[in-house]
Design a protein around this ligand. Structure first.
Ligand SMILES: CC(C)(COP(=O)(O)OP(=O)(O)OC[C@H]1O[C@@H](n2cnc3c(N)ncnc32)[C@H](O)[C@@H]1OP(=O)(O)O)[C@@H](O)C(=O)NCCC(=O)NCCS
Length: 192
């Protein structure tokens, strides 16, 4: 598996994945225009690639204020790959990358009922901080609770199934700012 920056050619596949009932249940219902506008063109993140096929999306929000430095993460995977440790492997790659960049704290906020997500994140070392009541609106229009979880770098568990070691540090924001940088080419745009 690898993480790589998104491009226009990923829009339809990501839109098809997000439309799968097991994914839209937690991410909401969105069309290809939303995926293009809100994910590919806007949200910093990577396409998750498994066996050369687009398998999902991992996004991050990097807080760079030195007083509150941390990274927020969010993810979806195609249903056929749920329960195989792919999320753990993808998130572990991103966390190792951001630790190398000097980050010490990570957050993630699954729906309080999303037990599969909570178990996957707990296996990486994320701990529940607390329930955020009526935090997000579901596809049915009703508000539901979210569980804020956080992870400190020294609690990060490497027991993600099959996670490879090492990474090639880079990110989408860096790529945009330094598009023609030789050092960028040397590092590559991907995390493996
Ligand atoms: C949530 C998601 C990212 C997790 O990825 P994943 O690759 O399936 O997760 P993993 O295989 O690493 O771990 C899943 C864990 O949940 C457990 N699990 C599987 N189905 C479950 C269920 N119905 N209820 C509770 N736990 C379940 C698995 O046993 C595993 O835990 P274990 O290894 O301790 O036994 C993925 O399922 C997904 O994309 N879901 C749809 C979108 C979504 O919910 N995104 C998260 C938003 S915060």
């Amino acid at each position: 598996m690898l993480l790589r920056p998104p491009s226009e050619r990923d829009v339809n596949r990501l839109a098809a994945i997000i439309a799968e009932p097991a994914v839209s249940r937690w991410w909401g219902e969105h069309d290809a225009d939303w995926v293009r506008r809100e994910l590919v063109e806007c949200e910093p993140g990577w396409v998750i690639v498994v066996d050369d096929a687009v398998a999902g999306w991992l996004q991050y929000t990097e807080e760079t204020d030195s007083q509150y430095r941390h990274v927020g993460l969010d993810i979806f995977l195609t249903t056929a790959l749920h329960g195989r440790g792919v999320a753990r492997e993808a998130i572990a790659l991103a966390i190792r990358h951001f630790i190398e960049q000097g980050h010490h704290r990570f957050t993630i906020d699954p729906a309080a009922e999303n037990q599969r997500a909570i178990r996957a994140y707990a296996a990486l070392g994320f701990k529940p901080v607390g329930v955020m009541r009526r935090y997000e609106r579901g596809p049915d229009g009703s508000w539901h609770d979210g569980l804020l979880m956080d992870l400190l770098a020294d609690e990060f568990s490497q027991r993600s199934r099959g996670a490879p070691t090492g990474s090639a540090p880079n990110d989408q924001r860096h790529r945009r700012e330094n598009h023609h940088s030789p050092s960028d080419e040397r590092r590559g745009d991907r995390l493996r």
